[in-house]
Write a protein that binds this ligand. Structure first.
Ligand SMILES: C[S@@+](CC[C@H](N)C(=O)[O-])C[C@H]1O[C@@H](n2cnc3c(N)ncnc32)[C@H](O)[C@@H]1O
Length: 318
């Protein structure tokens, strides 16, 4: 065999081997995506993205009943589904997205570009009313021999049977009312900082082909942060969205509140991590199992907002 033939043989084998490796990786990746997509369907979840948040929550226990959650880039809504489920009862979830989507049950939504100051103003004014987007409590009603009686109109009759029981009910109602008034007062003091968890999964729009017609006049599907496959562009775009989500969290997140944010890994993510460390007790980088292993996508989880945050340290440049 001549040296040229040998070279030709080596080139052919390298080609065949690299083709097989690429094909196997693609097949594994597709398989992984299909497994999670199937599981999501079985569990009635809007997309496989739900598992990413569930896995993050398993590790950091972010959600509690009654919490207020803002879900940036919520469509099609599987993170919102997880959030509304884990904050029951009395929780509220506000989803924001560029594209129009039917929200999951119990979730309130605002459609618009989160980067627009007008949209952020709308979000803040929604959040200012602590009951907006929350199921209302039923009024206190007592059962009396004459039928149900609102506690405000209850009249005490010393001679009546069950007086002591009624009195303790009224005392409990008064205490509950007082606690609620105190809670309201505190809420008013922290009106601007009323969010317990900010989630941001903002990036490319969810593939609308199996739902809505995508050629709308405003054509939101192809605006802003569509991932392009160009790692640098995707990274830079995701940094802008993360910084905007962090700025919003600085303005609205309670002390002790949490932050979860998707980003595409690249040169600037260290600087973002540094900003997060100036604002949260602990900051973690996460690559959930359900996130495609080859993708550059990852998550920052900021656990417990600090009571004193140095604004300049958070927003200082790299
Ligand atoms: C990966 S999807 C989110 C999936 C979602 N977490 C779920 O579990 O269903 C990313 C979403 O971010 C939205 N998005 C991207 N840029 C946005 C922006 N500037 N304002 C609002 N939404 C944005 C897209 O429209 C898209 O629906």
């Amino acid at each position: 065999m001549s040296p040229l033939d040998k070279l030709y043989l080596v080139a052919c084998w390298s080609y065949i081997i690299s083709f097989h490796i690429t094909y196997t990786l693609l097949a594994l990746n597709l398989d992984e995506r299909r497994t999670f997509a199937r599981a999501a369907k079985v569990q009635g979840l809007k997309s496989r993205a739900a598992f990413k948040l569930l896995q993050i929550n398993d590790r950091y226990r972010l959600f509690k009943p009654g919490m207020t959650v803002v879900d940036l880039g919520f469509a099609p809504g599987s993170w919102s589904q997880v959030a509304i489920d884990l904050t029951r009862p009395r929780g509220r979830v506000l989803g924001v997205d560029l594209i129009p989507v039917q929200p999951p049950k119990g979730v309130s939504t605002i459609q618009g570009d989160f980067l627009s100051p007008y949209v952020q103003g709308e979000i803040k004014s929604f959040l200012k009313d602590p009951d907006r987007g929350r199921l209302r409590r039923s009024p206190l009603i007592f059962d009396t021999p004459d039928g149900p009686l609102d506690h405000q109109t209850a009249v005490l009759d010393d001679a009546e049977e069950g007086y002591l029981e009624r009195e303790s009910q009224i005392a409990a109602a008064a205490a509950a009312e007082e606690a609620e008034a105190q809670e309201q007062e505190q809420e008013e003091q922290h009106r601007d900082k009323c969010v317990d968890v900010v989630l941001s999964d903002m990036c490319e729009p969810w593939d609308p082909l199996d739902g809505l017609y995508k050629r709308t006049i405003s054509n939101p599907y192809y605006r802003l942060m569509n991932t392009s496959g160009n790692a640098f562009r995707d990274h830079a775009g995701s940094m802008d969205l993360c910084r905007a989500a962090l700025q919003f969290s600085y303005e609205t997140l309670k002390v002790g509140g949490h932050f979860v944010c998707k980003f595409y890994q690249g040169a600037e993510d260290k600087a973002l991590e540094k900003s997060l460390k100036a604002m949260f007790h602990k900051v973690h980088r996460e690559k959930p199992e359900s996130s495609r292993s080859q993708s550059k996508e990852a998550y920052f989880v900021g656990v417990k907002r600090l009571a004193k945050v140095d604004r300049d340290a958070v927003f200082a440049g790299p």
